[in-house]
Ligand binder design. Structure first.
Ligand code: AN7
Length: 325
């Protein structure tokens, strides 16, 4: 089974699939309220991007494309690379130099994509690939691509099916604003209308500020985005759902990141923004926090924010000392 169980609501045939979707909805054991975690890290490449990519790359195949391209803070790149490999298409990914998490870089490289490190940020990368794909017959698989949104809307269907009804509130991190757009579409198609609470990182919060951020900065590299492509749709989703869009600090993101890990759930920093926002601003009723990507994506940030490793000499005495302390 996969998200293709909703094939009658999707616009193409599943030409390329890695059995994405059908991710766990886990009730939090420690967070306040009736809080559920939609663990999108359980997708094949470890992020929600696979939902959109299976549909977008299937569409590209149907159209006879030979290559796909995207700008990415990392997860889109990893997912595009995997699905392109699966489909036998060429893939190029444009990423901000030095600003994508190690796991994502490893994935894109291993799946054989051309990884291009732009001496610039995500927003510049996206503007450039948009121009490039206007001029050349290469399929753009960023979330500007409608097929991406169509695939990602299935997460809203799953949440409703898993809970046996719509949640009251859905908390979600917001970067380029494709995913919040997709959830809102999915909920509408399911006649559900939870309040959508979108959270951006304080140093990369254009939607909260009401204007683009030229030099976005945050520890949550996945959402280090200053000029979201789906700006209007995101604001419409927030308004129409009587929700909110707010900012959380890096310290609040890292605190939520550690709290989740302490109950056995490892997500990446950007994903923890959903929980950070819920903890900071509160939520109404049954609440689902979307954990968009797996913690293993970004081992560097994990190790920098956890307790140190304990060194030990190879003797029983030394081992007792450190274990029984
Ligand atoms: C873990 O990979 O934009 O608001 O290029 O990787 O739909 O952009 C990633 C975004 C949240 C924000 N959580 O979603 C990319 C990219 C994680 C992410 C977001 C991203 P959107």
């Amino acid at each position: 089974m996969s998200l293709w169980k909703y094939a009658d609501r999707l616009p193409v045939e599943p030409l390329v699939t890695l059995e994405e979707g059908e991710t766990p909805l886990i009730r939090s054991a420690k967070l306040p309220g009736d809080t559920w975690l939609k663990f999108e890290g359980a997708n094949p490449t470890g992020s929600f991007k696979d939902r959109g990519m299976t549909v977008a790359v299937s569409a590209a195949m149907a159209e006879g494309a030979e290559a796909v391209i995207c700008a990415s803070t990392g997860n889109t790149a990893a997912s595009a690379a995997a699905y392109a490999a699966r489909a036998g298409l060429r893939c190029a990914v444009i990423v901000p130099d030095g600003k994508i998490a190690t796991g994502k870089l490893a994935q894109a490289l291993m799946h054989g994509a051309d990884v291009i490190a732009l001496r610039g940020n995500f927003d510049q990368a996206l503007a450039l690939v948009r121009e490039l794909t206007d001029r050349h017959p290469i399929a753009l698989v960023n979330s500007l691509n409608e097929f991406r949104i169509e695939g990602q809307k299935t997460a809203a269907f799953e949440v409703c099916d898993q809970l046996g009804g719509a949640p009251d509130t859905l908390c979600i991190p917001v970067g380029n604003a494709g995913n919040i757009t997709a959830y809102w579409r999915g909920f509408q198609e399911y006649n559900a209308s939870p309040h959508l609470h979108g959270y951006q990182a304080e140093g990369a919060a254009p939607l909260v500020k009401g204007e683009p951020v030229e030099n976005p900065e945050t520890v949550a590299s996945a959402i280090r985005i200053g000029n979201p492509a789906r700006w209007e749709e995101a604001m419409n989703a927030v308004t129409a759902s009587r929700g909110e869009i707010r900012a959380v600090s890096d310290a609040e993101i890292l605190d939520a990141y550690r709290r989740l890990a302490a109950e056995g759930i490892f997500c990446e920093p950007a994903s923890a923004a959903s929980v950070a926002g819920m903890l900071k601003y509160g939520s109404e009723g049954t609440t689902v926090c979307v954990l968009t990507g797996h913690g293993l994506k970004d081992p560097t940030t994990a190790i920098a924010n956890a307790q140190p490793v304990v060194p030990c000499e190879p003797s029983l005495e030394a081992l007792e000392k450190v274990v029984l302390r």
